[in-house]
Design a protein around this ligand. Structure first.
Ligand code: S3P
Length: 168
């Protein structure tokens, strides 16, 4: 089975993805890392050189064309579900899990990672929480299409497995 982890930047997709893949004995695919390999540059550099529209095209194309082993956990980018028909594609081609977290908790986690994320670069602490709250509202209709919506605070690999039990 393919498990797509979705959610806002900083919600823990990569960390949880790693733990989940280890527990299940599944392969882990990190879409952002995969994109960086294909693009031959960091996401930050890609955004700076080609802009967001080009990044979203590459992201969608990569999501839909890369090779997936039978059993894998895919940690996606925060914006992946919200462009083109990526969300319905993921729902049709695997099980989607939304790691839900509020803007305040996300801001706390993201404060130190701002430079690694082009959409957040240059934001002050106050602007950061406002930006996250606005983006969350905009992205929520996509995130809520996930097959499983789980509270990201204190979420563990075991809790995800329990939610998916009948399927994996
Ligand atoms: C983005 C999230 C990032 C990365 C890119 C855009 C977004 O991934 O794909 O910087 O639009 O939320 P993470 O959620 O893994 O940080």
């Amino acid at each position: 089975m393919r498990i797509f982890l979705i959610g806002f930047m900083g919600c823990g997709k990569s960390t949880l993805g790693r733990k989940l893949a280890t527990k299940l004995g599944y392969e882990l695919i990190d879409l952002d890392h995969h994109l960086e390999k294909i693009a031959g540059s960091s996401i930050t550099a890609y955004f700076a050189e080609h802009g967001e529209d080009s990044f979203r095209r590459l992201e969608s194309e990569t999501l839909k064309t890369m090779h997936y082993p039978d059993n894998c956990v895919i940690s996606t980018g925060g914006g992946t579900p919200c462009f083109y028909d990526n969300m319905s594609w993921m729902n049709e081609n695997g099980t989607t899990v939304y790691i839900q977290m509020n803007a305040f908790s996300l801001a706390k986690r993201l404060e130190n990672g701002i430079t690694k994320r082009p959409l957040l670069s240059g934001l002050s602490e106050e602007e950061l929480i406002r930006f996250i709250a606005g983006k969350l509202e905009e992205r929520n209709p996509y995130y809520q299409q996930a097959a499983h919506v789980l509270n990201g605070i204190s979420l563990t690999a075991d809790l995800v497995i329990a939610a998916l039990e009948p399927e994996c």
